[in-house]
Design a protein around this ligand. Sequence first.
Ligand SMILES: O=P(O)(O)OC[C@H](O)CO
Length: 384
Amino acid sequence: MASRGTIYPWRAGNRFELLLDGAVFFPRMLAAIAAAAQQVEVELYLIEDGQCSERLVDALCRAAARGVRVRGLFDAYGAAGLAVPARERLLAAGVELRWYNPLRWRRGVRNFHRDHRKLVLVDGRLAYVGGTGATDEFWLPSESRSPWHEVMVEVEGPLVGDWQQLFEHQWRARFAWRPRHQPLALSLPDCPPAGLGLGRVAYADAAQHRDILLSLLRALRGARQRVWLATPYFLPTWKIRRALRRAAARGVEVRLLLAGRHTDHPPVRFAGQRYYPKLLKAGVRIFEYQPRFLHLKMVLVDDWVSVGSCNFDHWNLRFNLDANVEALDPGFTQAVAACFIEDFAVSREITLDDWQQRPWWRRAQQRLWGWLDRLAVNLLDRWR
Ligand SMILES: O=P(O)(O)OC[C@H](O)CO
């Protein structure tokens, strides 16, 4: 059984499939739940009333009604929009529910700790891992295109056992543990140079366990040809920014795929833009996705892939539970690269010239939100 601090190894013999957007991955996940024979587990940050959650709740209730053990572990803050009738339906059908860290005044800053993982498990045989929530932004069953651009990965093979362990541990722990703020010393397993069907569970337990971050940093430092990184909330830690600049300086093609004007949190976008000039000067290329809100969290370093819930921002890494699937598999790498190429093509590349010519009101927004973000981080560091 995994304990807090467990580092998962690389496992061979897995199948990975990249599922692009809610209209693809929700029907696939619902069909898997409909076919479940023994157990279904769902761990989500965002779930709120709407057409998407209605379908999910229906599928979970139906599975429970035919004798499947169904468990839902939801973040209490992210699930605040799931009203009592839906919760009661789930409970009446026999679905077991647990809520991570309900907000309490006396918890103070500990209220910031959130379960940000996105995981669906079926019969210990299939895992779905990525960045989705169960809200209408991710999937409107009547529409072929969802308002938010997202990916999930379908995983089959020995790796699913590790995902199951990660879930079981959190199911029991909920918020019984006290997150510490000093990172534990971690030793990552060596990353295989290449392979077929190789995968690893990478996760974060707030600031105390961040193998997901260490693993990214190691990949960035070892990059030889490309670093393509997508995140909707670009507030990377200083070490990540430095690793990106250094990779670009040694000739690696470093491209960032970030949210453009379609975003649910404009202040976060403005705060993150303060990092643009230094990155651009170092040779990093920055693309802002135009068609809709880019919400996916995906990294491709040479052939190594990491996809999941982690935005690699200093807020996530300080407070959240996160989980990514890391993979080395030629077919999967190709699918991830194709997704990036398609998204770069409909993005606006930001150049240093553009940047220097932006209007004064844009500069003012960036200064303000950048300053507030830095202030908040300084205050949190002092509290620590
Ligand atoms: O935190 P994420 O990346 O799952 O995105 C969800 C947003 O916070 C919703 O506003």
